[in-house]
Design a binder for this molecule. Structure first.
Ligand SMILES: Nc1ncnc2c1ncn2[C@@H]1O[C@H](COP(=O)(O)OP(=O)(O)OP(=O)(O)O)[C@@H](O)[C@H]1O
Length: 667
C-alpha cells in the first residue's frame, strides 16, 4: 500500500498529479489501513480526472487506454521519471474486471447513497461529493421536465407568439419553437452558435411568460420575478448589453402596456456567485435549499461555462416551482470546472428527437412544422425541452468566419482545407515561426484589409490621454475608449506553456511593443498594461476573468500615478490601485479558455508549435467564434486539421438513458 502512495508521490513530483489527488488517496489510506493499493490508485485517479474536467473516472475507458484517458504523461513531458512511468504501466495493464474487484470494499465504495468516500455507478467511479452533485442536478432537472400544470394552452400561445414573431422565413422559425416549448415545462435549454438569436429568443420568452402570468393562466394575475445570471462578470456584462438592446427592439405594444412589459423584464445580469450570495467569510452560499432564491424564473446564459458543482448549488437554491432556462453554445469548450453540463444536455439536440405529440403541439402553438427527420417516437423527456437555433443572423452563409466555424464544428477537415486554399473574406492564415512573423500580426492585425492589432489600442492610450488639468469625466471617457480599443483585437493562445503558449507570448509581445516605442516598459506595472484578474476578489468586486487596462492619471507632482480601469457597466469605469490587485496576469494574449464569454472584432488564434491533447475541435471552434469580423489562424494549418479531428467527450452520468437510470436508481 505504501508503495502505491510512494509512487503517487513520484507522480506529484513529476507534475502528473495534483497535491490534492495524492492527499485524497492518503486520506483513504489513513482512514482504512486495509485498503488495497489499487483502490488508492483508483481514488487518486478519480480525483485527477476532476482536475481535468471529468466528474468521474470512467474505468472502462481507463482499462482500454489508460494514457489517453488520464492524459498522462502530460504533453510537455520530455524526461519522465521512471517511477512515474512504472506506475502508469501498471495502471495500463489493469483490466476492468480487476479494477472492479478491488472496488468492492463496502466501507470505502458504495453503489449509491451512503457515507463511503467513493461511489461506483456502473463503470464510473466518483468522489462522493460529485456523485451527489450529479444526482441532485439530475433530480432537479427531471422534476422540472414534467409538463407544467400552469402552462398556457396552444391557442393562447399562438396569439402571443404570432405577435412576437411577425416574420415568416424559410423553414421552421426555431426561435418561435424554442419560446413555445420553453413555456411547456419548468426546464428548458436554448442552444445555438454565435448570433443565432439566443438572447433575442429569451427576451421574447420572458415577455411571453409575463404576458401569460399577467392574464392569470396559472391561478391569478401576477408579475413573475425573473432573474438573469451568467457564470462570469464578463459574460454578465455582455448579456447586460445585449438584453437591453433586445428588450428595446421587442414588439411589445400588442402584448399590453409596453412600459409595464419592459419594466417586467430585467436587464440586470448577475454572476452566479453574486446571485447565490457568496461570502468570502464562509463556505457555501447564502441561498440554498433552506433559503431559496426569491424568484419564479431563472435564466442562465453561457451555460457551457458552468460546472457541475455550481449547477448543483444553483438548483439547490431554486424554489421547486421556479423555471430554469439555460442558454449557451453546446459546441463551445466546456467549463474549466468538472462537468460539461450543457454539452451533455444537448448531446441529442442536432437530431431534435421530438415526439410526434410534441411536433403536433408545436404546430398548434406556433404554426411551425417540425421537419420529419427531427421527429422520433422514442424521444426522451429532455429532448422535448431542448431547442437548437440553427440559423446565424450574424454570419450569413457567405461569411468566412461562419463557414470555417461550421466546418470545424462538423469535423469536416476537407472543407477546412478547401476554405484555406480558396481563401475566404475575413479569414487569414499565417505561419508564425519567428518574431519577424509575429510583428505585423501583433502590431497591425497582419493584413491590409482594415483589421487592427495592438498598435491601435496603444495609440488610443497615448494619443487620447486628456491634459493633466482635465476633469475626472475626461479621464473616465479616455479609459472607456481604451477599453473599447482593447476589445477590437485579441491574441488567443491554445496552450499556456511553450514558445506559443500564453505565458511566453505575453512576454514576447510586451517586449516587441516596448521595442517599437509603444510601451514605456515591458515588465512590472506600466501605462498600457492590460491585465486579467485570475482569482475572484470579493472585496474589490472583481471576478476571475475580468480585464482592465493600466493607465496613468495625473499625480501630485509631474509624475503621474498608475490606476487600472475596469469596465463597470453602461460605459462607466472603475479605477483600482495596482497594488490592490492580488492575482493578475498581463493579457496581451489570453488562453481560449479565458476568452469564453467575450467577443472581439479581430481574433488571432496562435496554435502551439507541436500537437497537444488540449488542441481540440471545441477549442478551435470557441476561438473562431470569439471573432466578430476577422479571424486569423497563426501557426501550422496541419495542426489545425489535427485539432479538428479531436472532439472532446467529458465523462459523466448525468444523462444516462431512462432504462439505465431506472436500473441505477432502483424502482
Ligand atoms: N430572427 C431574427 N431575424 C433577424 N435578426 C435577428 C433575429 N434574431 C436575432 N437577430 C439579430 O442577430 C443578432 C444576434 O442575436 P442575439 O444577440 O439574440 O444572438 P445570440 O445567439 O444571443 O448571440 P451571441 O452569440 O452573441 O450570444 C442581433 O443583432 C439580433 O438583433
Amino acid at each position: 500500500m505504501s508503495d502505491v502512495l510512494e509512487a503517487l508521490r513520484a507522480w506529484v513530483d513529476a507534475g502528473w498529479l495534483r497535491e490534492v489527488d495524492y492527499a485524497f488517496a492518503a486520506f483513504i489510506a489513513a482512514e482504512a489501513p486495509d485498503a488495497p493499493g489499487r483502490l488508492l490508485l483508483a481514488a487518486a485517479l478519480a480525483s485527477h480526472q476532476l482536475g481535468r474536467g471529468h466528474v468521474c473516472l470512467d474505468l472502462a475507458a481507463l482499462a482500454s487506454d489508460a494514457g489517453e484517458t488520464l492524459a498522462l504523461p502530460p504533453d510537455d513531458e520530455v524526461d519522465t521519471l521512471e517511477p512515474a512511468q512504472g506506475l502508469l504501466r501498471e495502471v495500463g495493464s489493469t483490466s476492468l474486471r480487476e479494477w472492479r474487484a478491488v472496488l468492492t470494499q463496502q466501507h470505502l465504495v458504495a453503489a449509491g447513497e451512503g457515507a463511503t468516500p467513493l461511489v461506483l455507478a456502473g463503470t464510473r467511479l466518483y468522489l462522493r461529493r460529485y456523485w451527489q452533485h450529479e444526482q441532485s442536478v439530475r433530480k432537479a432537472l427531471q422534476a422540472r421536465l414534467v409538463s407544467d400544470d400552469g402552462a398556457a394552452s396552444p391557442p393562447r400561445l399562438r396569439g402571443a407568439l404570432d405577435l412576437l414573431f411577425p416574420g415568416s422565413g424559410e423553414g421552421p422559425d426555431w426561435q418561435k419553437v424554442a419560446c413555445a416549448l420553453a413555456t411547456r415545462s419548468r426546464f428548458a435549454v436554448v442552444t445555438g452558435g454565435p448570433g443565432t438569436g439566443k438572447t433575442t429568443t429569451v427576451v421574447k420568452l420572458l415577455a411571453l411568460l409575463q404576458h401569460i402570468a399577467a392574464r392569470g393562466a396559472d391561478g391569478g394575475a401576477r408579475r413573475l420575478r425573473i432573474r438573469l445570471a451568467a457564470p462570469t462578470g464578463k459574460a454578465a456584462a455582455r448579456l447586460n448589453d445585449s438584453i437591453s438592446r433586445a428588450v428595446d427592439a421587442l414588439p411589445l405594444a400588442q402584448l399590453g402596456s409596453p412600459e409595464l412589459m419592459r419594466a417586467a423584464i430585467p436587464s440586470q445580469v448577475e454572476t452566479v456567485h453574486r446571485l447565490l450570495g457568496s461570502s468570502p467569510m464562509r463556505r457555501g452560499f447564502r441561498h440554498d435549499e433552506h433559503n431559496p432564491l426569491p424568484l419564479d424564473v431563472l435564466v442562465l446564459d453561457e451555460a457551457s461555462m458552468v460546472g457541475l458543482e455550481a449547477m448543483a448549488a444553483l438548483v439547490a437554491a431554486l424554489p421547486p416551482r421556479a423555471r430554469l432556462i439555460l442558454l449557451g453554445d453546446k459546441d463551445q469548450l466546456a467549463s474549466v470546472e468538472a462537468g460539461g453540463l450543457l454539452g451533455e444536455l444537448c448531446r441529442r439536440a442536432d437530431g431534435g428527437h421530438f415526439l410526434p405529440e410534441t411536433a403536433r403541439w408545436v404546430l398548434d402553438a406556433t404554426g411551425e412544422v417540425v421537419p420529419p427527420a427531427l421527429v422520433d417516437k422514442n424521444g426522451e423527456p429532455l429532448d422535448q425541452a431542448v431547442v437548437m437555433l440553427r440559423r446565424s443572423h450574424r454570419f450569413d452563409s457567405k461569411s468566412g468566419i461562419g463557414q470555417l466555424a461550421d466546418a470545424v464544428n462538423a469535423g469536416d477537415v476537407a472543407q477546412v482545407r478547401r476554405l484555406r486554399e480558396q481563401g475566404r473574406e475575413g479569414v487569414a492564415w499565417r505561419e508564425l515561426a519567428t518574431d519577424a512573423a509575429l510583428r505585423p500580426l501583433v502590431l497591425d492585425g497582419g493584413e491590409p484589409d482594415g483589421r487592427v492589432g495592438l498598435r491601435h489600442y496603444l495609440e488610443v492610450v497615448q494619443a487620447q490621454r486628456p491634459a493633466a488639468e482635465a476633469g475626472p469625466e475626461a479621464f473616465e471617457a479616455w479609459a472607456a475608449n481604451v477599453l473599447a480599443a482593447y476589445s477590437r483585437f485579441q491574441l488567443l493562445c491554445a496552450v499556456r506553456r511553450g514558445p506559443h503558449g500564453v505565458e511566453r507570448m505575453n512576454e514576447r509581445v510586451a517586449q516587441l511593443l516596448h521595442r517599437e516605442g509603444l510601451l514605456p516598459a515591458s515588465q512590472g506595472w506600466y501605462c498600457g498594461r492590460p491585465v486579467m484578474v485570475t482569482a475572484n476578489d470579493y472585496s474589490l468586486g472583481l471576478m476571475n476573468g475580468d480585464v482592465g487596462v493600466t493607465l496613468e492619471l495625473p499625480g501630485p507632482d509631474e509624475r503621474g500615478v498608475l490606476r487600472v480601469a475596469f469596465p463597470s457597466g453602461e460605459g462607466r469605469v472603475r479605477w483600482v490601485l495596482p497594488s490592490r490587485l492580488q492575482s493578475v496576469e498581463t493579457v496581451f494574449a489570453m488562453t481560449v479558455h479565458k476568452s469564453q464569454g467575450s467577443e472581439f472584432e479581430h481574433v488571432a488564434l496562435l496554435l502551439p508549435e507541436r500537437d497537444s491533447r488540449v488542441l481540440t475541435r471545441e477549442l478551435v471552434y470557441t476561438g473562431i467564434t470569439r471573432a466578430r469580423r476577422w479571424f486569423t489562424v497563426a501557426g501550422s494549418a496541419g495542426l489545425l486539421e489535427v485539432a479538428v479531428q479531436r472532439p472532446t467527450r467529458r465523462s459523466g452520468g448525468l444523462l444516462l438513458r431512462s432504462d439505465e437510470q431506472a436500473h441505477q436508481l432502483g424502482p
